[in-house]
Ligand binder design. Structure first.
Ligand SMILES: CC(C)(COP(=O)(O)OP(=O)(O)OC[C@H]1O[C@@H](n2cnc3c(N)ncnc32)[C@H](O)[C@@H]1OP(=O)(O)O)[C@@H](O)C(=O)NCCC(=O)NCCS
Length: 195
């Protein structure tokens, strides 16, 4: 189905967010490769997922009859150390973007790292990555610094990384932010349809 035929409300009802295990490494690598110039391969994912500090989730269709062999719609990988956590990667397949999948993955990771005792969630994002920066800002992340020339790409000039941080003040607040966006929380229907 084309993106224009759907709204976040009907997408979220057809979406489930599942934890990932090392045996999911292959499909995560395939999705990652479709979105990043320097993708992580299956061995990278396998190693990460085997690490006890890593938390990873995939967004999948829960529609009846959905083909289990299809790639996930999106993925997020994070890492917790003591009371801090970081987002290592986030990706949503092009055909499922702008439907609320990325926001739901970040929210799921927030809840998971909070359960592990994290009070802050950090990430780095390329300065020019407007979609990702808008997504994070909309979820309450604040810019906390900049790493000059952090990203090096073949044939392109270096790009700054923007550091962002979200204070994790409890599930209630994360939930409120998502409800304001009209997204589904914990299987409850969205409170309002897409704008
Ligand atoms: C960034 C990314 C994960 C966003 O995923 P997504 O599922 O499309 O995001 P959502 O639908 O949850 O969007 C949530 C909000 O983010 C912002 N946003 C997302 N995509 C946007 C875009 N292309 N342009 C402007 N704002 C955008 C909007 O504020 C949006 O809310 P709205 O739709 O109500 O306006 C996705 O574009 C992606 O995978 N990009 C390639 C990989 C990448 O850059 N990963 C992040 C690395 S730090």
């Amino acid at each position: 189905m084309m993106r224009a035929d759907r709204t976040p409300a009907d997408t979220s009802s057809a979406l489930r967010i599942c934890g990932c295990e090392p045996h999911h490494a292959g499909e995560l690598a395939q999705l990652h490769a479709s979105l990043f110039e320097a993708p992580w391969d299956a061995a990278n994912f396998k190693e990460l997922l085997a690490n006890p500090g890593t938390l990873a989730f995939a967004a999948r269709s829960s529609a009846i009859g959905a083909d289990k062999a299809l790639l996930p719609w999106g993925l997020i990988v994070g890492r917790v150390a003591a009371d801090e956590a970081e987002v290592l990667t986030l990706a949503v397949a092009r055909e499922h973007q702008r439907l609320g999948v990325g926001a739901r993955l970040v929210e799921r990771l927030c809840r998971a790292v909070q359960k592990c005792g994290a009070h802050r969630l950090y990430l780095e994002v390329a300065e020019a990555n407007k979609p990702a920066r808008a997504l994070y800002a909309g979820l309450g992340f604040q810019e906390s610094g900049r790493r000059r020339g952090y990203y090096v790409r073949a044939g392109a000039s270096r790009e700054d990384a923007i550091n962002m941080c979200l204070k994790l003040n409890g599930p209630a607040e994360a939930g409120t932010r998502l409800e304001r966006r009209g997204l589904e929380l914990d299987g409850l229907p969205a409170k309002r349809p897409r704008r």
